[in-house]
Write a protein that binds this ligand. Structure first.
Ligand code: AMP
Length: 501
């Protein structure tokens, strides 16, 4: 097993062997060659090393997809620092909240902004590369160091920061590389749909660079701009596709999403939410050359821990695959004891993919990353909250044990949205429910204070000033009271009737 430092060196080898080869291209931005990526990230890494930043603290990378973001990510890793991607599309209040939680030692800004605040900021657009630092790069770096910090929705209203080590990332990359690239990848182009603040982007980014392929980044804004999206896809020359199933469904709405648009596209990788056999059938109809992979994993276990090819014509649930050799999955009952063979249970993941924990939150870390007796020994692992079962050696995802849901590919805790609704002065009660049907809107049922003049639109506007777009309910239904069942629980059935009535 190679360390992350050794893996990153292979990107340097590509830079020496084919410096003019395109490493990353974001639609609408200048392409970045392997030579440029390696040189610029080396220069920036030396500058960072010269600043003697505290190793344990993250460095926030603020920006959106473009030529600076890959440089910033690689420079942090080459300097032995942990990066925290912060999307510039986030509302300022959310950025403030995340900066407060993460306490980064520095902000690397990929876009020109006048940052004011206590945290020092280095603007990449103004960074003078003539003043190249001579500080030596620490090499090799221990795999126990943190590599990245990603925030996911938290049920109590506070996002959770998942801290991934260099060893976690190295183990994932070494498993994913031959899956994505069974042959040398120098002529390959990988569509990377996910924003860098979502760990699916790790699948579209690192294995591609390790293979010497081209990362083709799709900016998030293209989800709302079909003509732009389809121009980008047509120009990409993509051979590989890494996205959520939701994004592929969105593309399928346009009949031109087919092999004629992307003649070289062969390998599709999905992760992050349930992949339906219907979607695979539709894609197979449009992309006769396509091979489709389902994969599964939470951010807390580094992107994905199992994967398998899935064929068209399958009926019933699709497997999520065999567990990667560097991980183990145990299925547990309500007392956290392994269930008898063949039974469904909560997925408990152990092995080299399991994150260091939640940043600055020992209590949540202890609860979600316990050491449990599995078989002959006690093992530290991640309790996923996902129910699953094994059939013929393949893992299947069944359902969540809690309210967490996936919407448009994003992980959402309805409790977080409720928390923000209840924080609005005119809101007395709030309940958030998942969409009634696939692709439908998230629904919030709200009771306002008497005499309040708020409307669904005004509530949405207020939420939009503090939450990312995907956490804003598409429908807000105003009620006089929230109906309760005989046992005093929220009567979901009645709520749905009230929505339709
Ligand atoms: P995230 O941390 O955003 O990657 O979300 C992780 C959660 O997404 C998992 O705990 C599952 O609930 C769900 N998930 C991930 N991959 C799949 C899949 N292939 N099928 C069904 N659910 C999935």
């Amino acid at each position: 097993m190679n360390t992350l430092s050794q893996l990153l060196d292979t990107i340097g080898q590509h830079a020496r062997q084919f410096p003019q080869g395109i490493a990353c291209r974001c639609w609408g931005c200048s392409p970045l060659t392997y030579g440029e990526l390696w040189d610029r990230s080396g220069q920036l890494a030396r500058q960072l090393a010269g600043l003697s930043l505290p190793v344990g603290r993250p460095v926030a990378i603020w920006g959106t997809k473009g030529e600076n973001l890959p440089v910033a990510i690689l420079s942090c890793l080459r300097a032995g620092l942990c990066y925290l991607p912060l999307d510039s599309a986030l509302p300022p209040l959310r950025v403030k909240q995340l900066l407060g939680l993460a306490q980064p030692s520095l902000i690397l800004s990929c876009q020109p902004v006048g940052w004011t605040g206590e945290i020092p900021c280095l603007e990449l657009s103004q960074w003078d590369r003539q003043e190249d630092s001579q500080a030596p790069l620490p090499h090799p770096l221990p795999d126990q160091l943190p590599a990245y910090l990603l925030y996911t929705s938290g049920s109590t209203g506070t996002p959770k920061g998942v801290l991934i080590s260099r060893g976690n990332l190295a183990a994932f990359c070494q498993w994913a590389l031959p899956l994505l690239f069974p042959q040398p990848g120098r002529d390959d182009v990988v569509i990377n749909q996910a924003p860098y603040s979502f760990d699916l982007s790790v699948m579209g980014f690192f294995p591609a660079l390790l293979a010497g392929a081209q990362v083709f980044d799709l900016p998030a804004s293209l989800s709302e701009d079909f003509p732009g999206l389809f121009s980008a896809l047509r120009e990409s020359g993509a051979t590989h596709w890494v996205s959520t199933p939701s994004f592929a469904s969105l593309c399928l709405r346009d009949p031109s999403f087919c092999q004629a648009l992307l003649p070289q596209l062969r390998r599709f990788f999905f992760c992050g939410e349930t992949l339906s056999p219907i979607l695979v059938n539709q894609l197979a109809g449009r992309f006769p050359k396509g091979v489709f992979y389902n994969s599964y994993g939470p951010t807390e276990a580094t992107v994905a821990i199992c994967a398998c090819p899935v064929a068209a014509g399958h009926t019933g649930p699709l497997p999520v695959g065999r567990v990667a050799p560097h991980c183990q999955v145990y299925l547990l009952d309500g007392q956290h004891k392994p269930v008898p063979e063949g039974q469904p249970g909560e997925i408990f993941i152990t092995g080299e993919s399991v994150a260091l924990g939640y940043w600055n939150d020992p209590e949540k870390t202890a609860g979600s990353f316990p050491s449990l007796w599995v078989g002959e020994s006690r093992k530290r692992g991640y309790l996923t909250g996902d129910m699953g079962y094994f059939k013929e050696g393949q893992l299947y995802f069944l359902r969540r044990l809690d309210n967490q849901l996936k919407h448009r590919g994003y992980r959402i805790e309805p409790g977080e949205i409720q928390h923000h609704l209840l924080a609005l002065p005119q809101v007395e009660q709030a309940v958030v429910l998942p969409p009634a049907k696939p692709q439908g809107p998230l629904r919030a049922f709200v009771v306002l204070a008497q005499g309040s003049g708020e409307t669904p639109l005004s509530l949405k506007r207020q939420l939009a000033s503090r939450l990312p777009d995907y956490l804003i309910p598409g429908r807000i239904i105003l009620l006089n009271k929230i109906p309760l069942t005989f046992n005093g629980k929220i009567d979901q059935k009645k709520l749905e009737e009230m929505e339709n009535g």
